[in-house]
Design a protein around this ligand. Structure first.
Ligand code: NAD
Ligand code: TYD
Length: 355
């Protein structure tokens, strides 16, 4: 039994990790989340009553509150997922990205360093700080090649630049202070409980509501999609067995153009909801994202060979599960797209893509 402090546990990936940990292990979980527009406790309804689950509504930038949490809960490990995560928002307003992703990670590292430094020798050597990051730090690929762990950093968006900064801070705290860290860089995730501002949930909900499906540019940008539960399993494996100071790239081996993704969603929607067919008639080409990265693709051979990880879902099986989940969980959807999200979307996009 381990005590794992998870930051950002009310978000898309953090909540998937917590649901797995509570349902499949005896570990204790302390979820530290500020509950921004992207954090939703409804995503944790199935595990919230567990005696092994604790929730702290705290901003990771608040050093005093974070120190109190470490003191009270005495975790054996940290999985750091809290972040601002949407590229379009980082273009419209980068400030919160710099604050949470850079200053927040720095603040957390300092709190952890202080806590870890006072642990007994045994606890100190077993402690882990797992930093969860993105493949977007590597920049953009042309038609060929893959991101490897030794690919040079070339972040292009305010989001990826802020995540790259946080990766460097984590690396420096390991090399300078000896903090036992592991870092993972993962490709685009999809699945249930995904906030509907990102491509896949936005398209599912707009298709369901007969709204336009806004494809940026020509729709030929490529992402390497991974089902969120496969990512969560990879993260748990790296936390348990990853080598200290190492980086592991995680990816689905599912390269698709955005247009391929949207057409597949439309095909599944046509089956579920024939009265709306053909949903592909809703596809609308809109202005491209500034600085839009062309292609992401991960070489996941290191985690495969060292830790034996491979994804369980194919893109088609994962996408069918995802569309089915959004179809069946309108309560969750209604709760997350109310309030602040609607205001932000209205201000930044007008009626262009409101779902
Ligand atoms: P998300 O936006 O769904 O959730 C982020 C969570 O962090 C939310 O619950 C939010 O309330 C919380 N949070 C934000 N600022 C905070 C702060 N200052 N203090 C405390 N909590 C705060 O994000 P996600 O998609 O679950 O991503 C989780 C992590 O994984 C991020 O670090 C992201 O960079 C990384 N990642 C995401 C993807 C992806 O495709 N979604 C891929 C690779 C890596
Ligand atoms: P997104 O889900 O925002 O993830 P990221 O930018 O981190 O990869 O976008 C995935 C791809 O889909 C990206 O190439 C941008 C594109 N996209 C659209 O074409 N339309 C949309 O409405 C959104 C949100 C994204």
């Amino acid at each position: 039994m381990k005590k794992i402090l998870i930051t950002g546990g009310a978000g898309f990936i953090g909540s998937a990790v917590i649901r797995q940990l509570i349902m499949e292990t005896n570990d204790v979980v302390i979820n530290v989340d500020k509950l921004t527009y992207a954090g939703n406790l409804q995503s944790l309804k199935s595990v919230a009553d567990s005696s092994r689950y604790y929730f702290e509504c705290v901003d990771i930038c608040n050093a005093e509150a974070m120190a109190r949490i470490f003191h009270e809960h005495q975790p054996d490990a940290v999985m750091h997922l809290a972040a601002e995560t949407h590229v379009d928002r980082s273009i419209a307003g980068p400030a919160t990205f710099m604050q949470t992703n850079i200053i927040g990670t720095y603040t957390l590292l300092e709190v952890v360093r202080e806590y870890w430094g006072k642990l007994s020798p045994g606890c100190k050597s077993n402690f882990r700080f797992h930093h969860v990051s993105t493949d977007e730090v590597y920049g953009s690929l042309g038609a060929t090649g893959f991101f490897r762990e030794d690919t040079a950093y070339q972040p292009n968006s305010p989001y990826s630049a802020s995540k790259a900064s946080s990766d460097h801070l984590v690396r420096a705290w390991h090399h300078t202070f000896g903090l036992p860290v592991v870092t993972t860089n993962c490709s685009n995730n999809y699945g249930p409980y995904h906030f509907p501002e990102k491509l896949i949930p936005l398209m599912i909900l707009n298709a369901r509501n007969g709204k336009p499906l806004p494809v940026y540019g020509k729709g030929d940008n490529i992402r390497d999609w991974l089902y969120v539960d496969d990512h969560a399993r990879a993260l748990r494996l790296v936390l348990d067995r990853g080598r200290i100071g190492e980086v592991y790239n995680i990816g689905g081996g599912n390269e698709k153009t955005n247009l391929e993704v949207v057409y597949l969603i439309c095909t599944i929607m046509d089956e579920i909801c024939p009265q709306g067919a053909p949903h592909a008639s809703l596809i609308t080409y809109v202005q491209d994202r500034p600085g839009h990265d062309h292609r992401y693709a991960i070489d996941a051979s290191k985690i495969a060979h060292e830790l034996g990880w491979k994804p369980q879902e194919t893109f088609e099986s994962g996408l069918r599960k995802t569309v089915g989940w959004y179809w069946a969980n309108t309560d969750w959807v209604d709760a997350v797209i109310s309030g602040e999200y609607q205001t932000w979307i209205q201000k930044n996009y007008g009626d262009r893509r409101l779902s």
